[in-house]
Write a protein that binds this ligand. Structure first.
Ligand code: FES
Ligand code: FES
Length: 193
């Protein structure tokens, strides 16, 4: 039952719709993990500092611990559970596996969602803080290790798997563009939490 402090909302997550009542103070991270059992998204700092909770909102990366669930209504939310295409892993997932881009794996869902966002941002020509030539006509800079490190700098790894993570992002960026896309379909199935 909704009250003045809560609302019934519908979230579109990985192509499914979930309708649930939430306290207005509930973060998207807590809604995913505690209410919808989508525990692939991890809670590290809960303060926007570590990137463990990174998801995609309308294809752009966001930290779910700083996003209110009510504010995510109407957005296409993609979590780590939704990045594979059926049995086929997303190129970023495959590259992390092939190149040992993780140790304990706790930061990995956030790293992977962030890397998917990085590759899209780079393909769209967005500069980073280390891009030398930011003129629009210069086009996307080469996705060097320096560029990847800067663009992934919001995702911390306590295990220090950074060397392999950078290699994995670089390899995944070479995959065909049509394999890079994640499911943000709004032909969503209905679910009630
Ligand atoms: S848990 Fe969200 S940034 Fe650390
Ligand atoms: S693999 Fe352990 S925190 Fe990154």
């Amino acid at each position: 039952m909704a009250s003045s402090a809560s609302s019934v909302i519908t979230l579109k997550i990985n192509g499914e719709k979930y309708t649930l009542p939430v306290d207005h103070r509930t973060t998207l991270l807590d809604a995913l993990r505690e209410r919808l059992d989508l525990t692939g998204t991890k809670k590290g700092c809960d303060q926007g500092q570590c990137g463990a909770c990174t998801v995609l909102l309308d294809g752009r990366r966001a930290v779910a611990c700083l996003q209110l669930a009510v504010a995510a209504e109407g957005r296409e939310i993609t979590t780590i559970e939704g990045v594979a295409d059926g049995e086929r892993l997303h190129p970023v997932q495959q590259a992390f596996l092939d190149l040992d881009g993780f140790q304990c794996g706790y930061c990995t869902p956030g790293q992977i969602c962030s890397a998917i966002g990085v590759i899209e941002e780079h393909a769209a020509g967005w500069p980073s803080a280390v891009t030398a030539d930011v003129r629009p006509e210069a086009g996307p800079p080469p996705l060097t290790a320096e560029e990847i490190r800067e663009r992934m700098s919001g995702n911390l790894c306590r295990c220090g798997a950074y060397v392999s993570i950078v290699e994995a992002v670089a390899r995944a960026a070479e995959a065909p563009r049509d394999e890079q896309r994640v499911n943000t379909a709004s032909d969503a199935k209905e679910a009630v939490a």
